[in-house]
Write a protein that binds this ligand. Structure first.
Ligand code: IVH
Length: 721
C-alpha cells in the first residue's frame, strides 16, 4: 500500500516514540513489555519507512544508533570543565588518613562521604542541551578530548533525549564499558577471524570507541555508567547522593549501588561490602571511589595540583586464586627471549578464564621452587598478564616434578632448534637465530599491531600461519603479499581447513597499502628498534624527515659526541650550541650541571641504540628493502621555529599557588613550548605572574611591583591566542 510523505512522517514519529519507550523499559528498567521479535518488527518498519523517505531521517532516530558515515579523524573538543583524575590509595590506613585530613580541613563539621564503584572502563563526557544529546567526548588529556558523538550514539543505553524536565545544560561524566559476556564473545569471533585479541574488557571498550566507523562500534556490546556531572545549568543539587537519583530520573544509567557514610568505620564497611558484590556487576570494577557528599564542602576543600582534595580512589587488591600447574612450556618472544609459561587448569580470575600464566624466567622458577603438579596461586591485576605468585607447598603432591630450565632446553631453541645462550648479565635465555620462526611471528605481530602499523587483519594466528607457510620471513614481506595468496591461507589444520577468504584478504591488503604512508613515528615504533618506544619514536620523528635520516642522524651523533666530550669544555660547548639551535636540546636548569649543561631530547643510550640498529646487518637490510618497496612514511617534522620567533619569546613568568587543573610542570612546559621562561622569584624583570589558590609571598611582591597577575583561565586564553 502506497503511503504519502505526510502519513509516513506521522508513522515514523509514532515508531520512534514507541522504540524509545521500549529501549528505556529494556535498558533502564530491565522490564521489557514486548518480545524481542516484536521489537525487531517495529524497528524494521521504521527502517523501511526511512529508506523509502530518506528526507525524514533524523540524527536522533533510533535507527541512527547503528551508525552513520565513517569519519576521517576525530575532531578535538575542549572540555567545559577539565576532567581531573583521582589520587589512588591501596590501604585502609590511607583511607583513614584521607578522612582525617578532610576532618582537619573542615574542623567541627559533619562530613558525609559517598562510596561508589570505581568502574574500569573508558572515561567519557556527554553534553545534553535542553534534554538532547549534543556531544560526547573522551577524556583525552583532561582538557581536550576526541569528539566521539557518533560512536556514543550507537550505545543503546545512552538516551538520545532525556526524560522529563531536562535542565538547560547537563554535562554527565561516566565510563563506557564492555560487559564480560560481550567481551568474551567478541574475542571468540576475533580469534576465528585470526584478529588480535583484546587483553581485557576495558581495552576492548577503548578500542571500540576509537573506531572511526560507527557501524563497527554499533556491533560492539558497549554500555555506560554515569558517576557525576560536569557543567550544569538549570538544576539545583546540593549533594552528590542526589545526583544519582537525578540522573536516573532523566533516564541515564547509574551504578546500582552506592553508600553514604558518616564515619571511618562506615566508610570501611561500605568498601568491604562493595568488594563482596562488585564481581556481579556487568562492568568491571577495580576499586571504590570516595567522594565528599556536599558540594559546598567540596568547594571549600578544593584541589591539589592534579586532583580534588574531596575525593580519593581505593584500589582493591588484585584477585588471587589457586589452581594446578599442569605443565611448563617455553615461549620465544620478539627479541628471542625465552619465557617459561605455566599451563594451568583453567580457572576464573577477575571475570575471565585463565589457562596460562607467565613464570617470568628461570630464576623465578628456582626462587619460588615451582614444580609441575603443584598447586599455585595466580594473580591478575588490570591489564597485566596473569602471573604465578606463589606455590602452596602444603598441597604439593609427592610426584611433583621440578623443572630444570637449562636441562629442558639442552642448549637449543624449542622452536627452531638453534643455539640458545644465557647472557651472564641478564636473567633470560635467548635464541640467537633471528630467523627463528617464533621470533619472526612475534615481530610480524608487533609490526602489524595497534599503535604500530595497525594492520588489523594480521593478528596472532594469521602471523603464525604466514610464517609457518613460508609466505613471510620478515615483517616487510607483508608488502609483497598478493591478495590471492592471503585468500587461500589456511588458518585451520589440514584435516579441518579454514581459509582466510577473499573478503578478509582484500581488507588486509588495503590496510597493508595504507601502512606505506603512515607517519614516520609509527614506522620507527613498528621496526622494534631496541629502546625505541612510542615516545622516543615521536621525538625522533619531529626532528627527521625520513627513516634514512634517522639512520644517519647528525643530531644523534652529536648527542653521543656531546656526552663523550662533556669534560672538554670548548668542544662540548660547540656541540651543545648546535643541538640547542636545532631545538634538539635545552639548557639544563639544574645547578649541578656545568655552565653549558644541556638536556637532549633523547639520551645517549637511546642515540647509540638507534645508530647501532641501522648500522647492523638487519638495519641495513631494512633500509634497503624500504627503498626497493618504495615505502615513504609521512614526515612529521615540526617546523622547529627559531626560539626568537615564538610568541612568548623573551617573556619571563613566575608561578605561585595551586592551579585548579594543571600542575606547575604542565604550566611550565606550556610556557616553554611557546618560547617563554619560568623563573622562581619575582623581580622587576618578571613579565607575568600566574597565580592559583593560596598564592605565596610572590603574589604580594608582584602586586607591589605592579606586575601583571593572572589566573589559570586567563592563562588558557592567552595560550589559545
Ligand atoms: S570521579 C575529580 N567516580 O577513574 C573526580 N571517577 O582517576 C573525577 N572513574 O578517569 C572522577 N569510576 O573516569 C569518578 N565512580 C567514579 C569512577 C571514576 C571510574 C574513573 C574516571 C577517571 C578515573 C579517576
Amino acid at each position: 500500500m502506497a503511503i504519502d510523505e505526510k502519513q509516513a512522517a506521522k508513522r515514523i514519529e509514532q515508531l520512534r516514540h514507541e522504540i524509545r519507550r521500549h529501549d528505556r523499559l529494556y535498558y533502564d528498567e530491565a522490564a521489557p513489555i514486548i518480545s524481542d521479535r516484536e521489537y525487531d518488527r517495529l524497528y524494521k518498519e521504521l527502517i523501511d519507512l526511512e529508506t523509502q523517505f530518506p528526507d525524514l531521517v533524523r540524527p536522533d532516530s533510533p535507527t541512527q544508533r547503528v551508525g552513520g558515515k565513517p569519519l576521517q579523524a576525530f575532531e578535538q573538543v575542549s572540555h567545559l570543565i577539565p576532567m581531573l583524575s583521582l589520587d589512588n590509595t591501596y590501604s585502609e590506613d590511607e583511607v583513614k588518613n584521607f578522612y582525617a585530613r578532610i576532618r582537619r580541613l573542615l574542623p567541627n563539621e559533619k562530613i558525609a562521604v559517598v562510596i561508589e564503584p570505581k568502574v574500569d572502563g573508558v572515561a567519557v563526557s556527554l553534553i545534553y542541551q535542553s534534554g538532547k544529546l549534543r556531544q560526547a567526548a573522551t577524556r583525552g588529556d583532561g582538557n581536550v578530548g576526541d569528539n566521539i558523538t557518533q560512536n556514543i550514539r550507537t550505545i543503546r543505553s545512552v538516551p538520545e533525549r532525556l526524560r522529563d524536565m531536562a535542565p538547560k545544560l547537563l554535562e554527565v561524566r561516566g565510563e563506557v564499558y564492555m560487559d564480560r559476556q560481550g567481551f568474551e564473545k567478541l574475542n571468540e569471533e576475533r580469534k576465528k577471524q585470526g584478529l588480535p585479541l583484546f587483553a581485557n574488557p576495558r581495552n576492548a571498550a577503548a578500542g571500540s570507541l576509537k573506531q572511526l566507523d560507527p557501524k563497527i562500534v554499533a556491533k560492539r556490546p558497549l554500555g555506560v555508567v554515569f558517576y557525576g556531572t560536569g557543567a550544569i545549568e538549570g538544576v539545583d543539587v546540593d549533594l552528590h547522593s542526589e545526583v544519582f537519583s537525578l540522573l536516573k530520573k532523566l533516564g541515564l544509567p547509574v551504578t546500582e549501588r552506592w553508600w553514604v557514610a558518616k564515619s571511618v568505620e562506615e566508610i570501611l564497611d561500605a568498601i568491604h561490602e562493595l568488594d563482596g558484590i562488585r564481581h556481579k556487576f556487568a562492568y568491571q570494577t577495580d576499586g571504590a571511589v570516595l567522594k565528599v557528599d556536599a558540594f559546598e564542602q567540596r568547594e571549600r576543600l578544593g584541589f591539589t595540583a592534579k586532583s580534588p582534595r574531596w575525593a580519593i580512589a581505593y584500589k582493591y587488591e588484585a584477585e588471587r586464586v589457586e589452581t594446578r600447574l599442569l605443565n611448563i612450556v617455553i615461549q620465544v618472544g620478539r627479541t628471542g627471549i625465552l619465557t617459561p609459561v605455566a599451563v594451568l587448569e583453567p580457572v576464573l580470575v577477575s571475570g575471565s578464564t585463565v589457562g596460562r600464566a607467565t613464570l617470568h624466567n628461570e630464576d623465578e622458577i628456582k626462587r619460588k621452587d615451582i614444580r609441575i603438579g603443584d598447586t599455585v596461586v595466580i594473580e591478575k591485576a588490570g591489564e597485566v598478564i596473569p602471573a604465578v605468585v606463589a606455590v602452596v607447598k602444603s598441597k604439593r603432591p609427592r610426584d611433583a616434578k621440578p623443572f630444570d630450565f637449562s636441562e629442558h632446553l639442552h642448549g637449543k631453541c624449542p622452536v627452531c632448534g638453534e643455539r640458545v645462550r644465557r647472557d651472564p648479565q641478564f636473567v633470560a635465555w635467548r635464541c640467537e637465530n633471528i630467523q627463528c620462526p617464533a621470533q619472526t611471528t612475534r615481530r610480524v605481530e608487533f609490526f602489524a599491531a595497534r599503535g604500530a602499523l595497525d594492520i588489523e587483519s594480521v593478528g596472532g594466528i594469521v602471523a603464525d600461519k604466514l610464517v609457518e607457510r613460508g609466505l613471510v620471513r620478515e615483517p616487510l614481506d607483508l608488502f609483497e603479499l598478493k591478495s590471492e595468496q592471503l585468500a587461500k591461507l589456511n588458518l585451520g589444520t589440514q584435516d579441518a581447513p579454514r581459509v582466510f577468504g577473499e573478503k578478509n584478504a582484500k581488507k588486509a591488503i588495503q590496510a597493508i597499502k595504507r601502512a606505506r604512508t603512515l607517519p614516520l613515528s609509527r614506522w620507527l615504533f613498528a621496526l622494534a628498534i631496541p629502546d625505541v618506544g612510542k615516545t622516543t619514536a615521536t621525538q625522533l620523528a619531529r626532528f627527521h624527515d625520513n627513516i634514512d635520516e634517522v639512520a644517519h642522524s647528525q643530531l644523534l651523533r652529536d648527542v653521543l659526541d656531546y656526552h663523550e666530550k662533556r669534560e672538554h669544555k670548548q668542544d662540548a660547548k660547540e656541540i651543545a650550541e648546535r643541538l640547542i639551535k636545532a631545538g634538539f636540546a635545552k639548557q639544563s636548569k639544574s645547578k649541578a650541571e656545568k655552565k653549558h649543561g644541556i638536556v637532549t631530547e633523547v639520551g645517549p643510550a637511546v642515540a647509540q641504540s638507534v645508530l647501532d640498529f641501522f648500522a647492523s646487518a638487519i638495519g641495513r637490510k631494512i633500509l634497503q628493502r624500504l627503498k626497493q618497496l618504495g615505502i615513504t612514511p609521512k614526515s612529521e617534522r615540526a617546523s622547529v621555529k627559531k626560539a626568537a620567533e615564538l610568541p612568548l619569546a623573551g617573556k619571563t613568568f613566575v608561578l605561585t599557588g595551586v592551579l585548579p587543573s594543571m600542575t606547575r610542570e604542565e604550566a611550565t612546559q606550556k610556557i616553554e613550548a611557546l618560547g617563554g621562561r619560568v623563573s622562581s622569584s619575582v623581580s622587576k624583570k618578571t613579565d607575568y605572574v600566574l597565580a592559583g589558590a593560596q598564592p605565596g609571598s610572590k603574589f604580594d611582591k608582584a602586586k607591589q611591583l605592579g606586575i601583571r597577575i593572572f589566573d589559570e583561565a586567563e592563562f588558557r586564553k592567552m595560550l589559545a591566542r
